[in-house]
Ligand binder design. Sequence first.
Ligand code: TRH
Length: 374
Amino acid sequence: MTDKRQRWDIFCRIVDNYGDIGVCWRLARQLAHEYALDVRLWVDALPVAQRLLPALDTQLAEQILDGVTIAHWSPDFQFDRIADVVIEAFACELPEPYINDMAAQPPVWINLEYLSAEAWVEEFHLQPSPHPRLALKKTFFFPGFTENTGGLLRERHLMKERDAAQAGSSTTFSAMASPANALRVSLFAYPQAHITGLFNAMANGDRPVVCLIPESSLLAPVSQFFDTETLQPGDHYSQGALSVHILPFLRQTEYDQLLWSCDLNFVRGEDSWIRAIWAGRPFVWQPYIQSEDTHLVKLEAFLQRYLPPLGTAAADVWATFHRQWAQGQLAADSWPRLAHALPAIQQHASQQSQALAAQDDLAAKLVIFVRNFQ
Ligand code: TRH
């Protein structure tokens, strides 16, 4: 029997960090699970992907994981067929032989862009770009926060799963011992973050803080703070009101559960940022650091979009904390002020996650676009 499912090829080149593969993997899995598509994900750096997907065998040229074919995009790239839909993630540049063969039987070719809350995204979303040499066109697809963009990645049952996990108290991480009135905080940030400022403020605060840190490049400044050479998963350090637990780097589904179980999540980049929004809990986002402070422009665009319905005092505290955190600084009173504003921010985070989840998600919008493509 031949497989008549529509074939989608997603090309992912891992520039640095985990966001490229984080986004591509979530999208690939959702398209395969929710739309029964035949999805093949081409990835250049399998060892990086393996950190999010421990079941991945980095020695295999091709394997099926969770309903998705994962193929190694190696320097001697070989392919057997052109897909019906080709997603070039984050302008990663498709292999030349693949593009040449596309001309014979043009697929729907989509360039999936990075997420931004900036206003120009609506204008550039769905703009076509003809190939200079071949009879092919690719379409720019911009994720975003409004109906006129490509939407945000969100699995169909995500909110229900989150609600169920938050209603029960039995997720893996809420089981971790913490004092009854402690604030549970997850911390994922770039190493430029002002860890010393944050930890000193937390240690001197009047409420206990349990800080859960998955293993990443952030462990360097954390170990400096505790004056220890190396930190490993399982390590635990305290100072004043602050107690820090080092976790292993979690598989992606477990990371979601960690966010759901915390009172406040520090996140970064693109994918963890959106997952923090879906957690419906207060968060602090550190944008991916770019030259000429472009990341600060992105931060302002997001603050403006996300904040308006939040009462002014809490909004100011939240925005100020974000601006300082993104610039690697933290004033002495920023943490106590944020901690104090958390109940108001919690209410807002919960409303915003509901409001944003009422829009179509990225995978749904891609599928609709392909269906109507001419
Ligand atoms: O790793 P990042 O900094 O990725 C960045 C951004 O995506 C940025 O936009 C891009 O330009 C740059 O990479 C190249 O942050 P991000 O986007 O949050 O990706 C982290 C992924 O790792 C996300 O899918 C969540 C996942 N993760 C786990 O699976 N387990 C963990 O323990 C942690 C901390 C993260």
